[in-house]
Design a protein around this ligand. Sequence first.
Ligand SMILES: [Cu+2]
Length: 147
Amino acid sequence: MRSLAALLLMAAAPAFAQVVIDKPWARATAPGAKVAAGYMVVRNKATVADRLTSASSPAAARVETHVHIHEAGVMKMREVPGYDIPAGGAFELKPGGAHLMFMDIRRPFIEGEKVPVKLTFEKAGEVNAEFDVGRISGGAPATHHKH
Ligand SMILES: [Cu+2]
């Protein structure tokens, strides 16, 4: 018997992409680094708000959604349950702000390589993106990888 849940999932899948991932990139890592950061612009073409609820990648044990916060003059990062993407709008992940955090990466991220990421949205469902690995520095605070 086909499961009802599977049928419901199929019925809920959008006929075409409502969410577009713009300029996905990840920072190259130093030798021995356990984490890496990823950035992108999420554009929501739908007339209803959406939410990025989770991400995963074969390149890391898990991928977390993080934000940067200022606490007593120090920039720190925190895991958040996801990001809200406004209807007809965009949400930007960028150095010093929200970012995907690749945890326990399986090997270093090397500039010029690509890292596949599966993003899961509340309404748009699963969206795949290839993150270009960029430079190791520039734009992000030096304290970035200190958890
Ligand atoms: Cu982080």
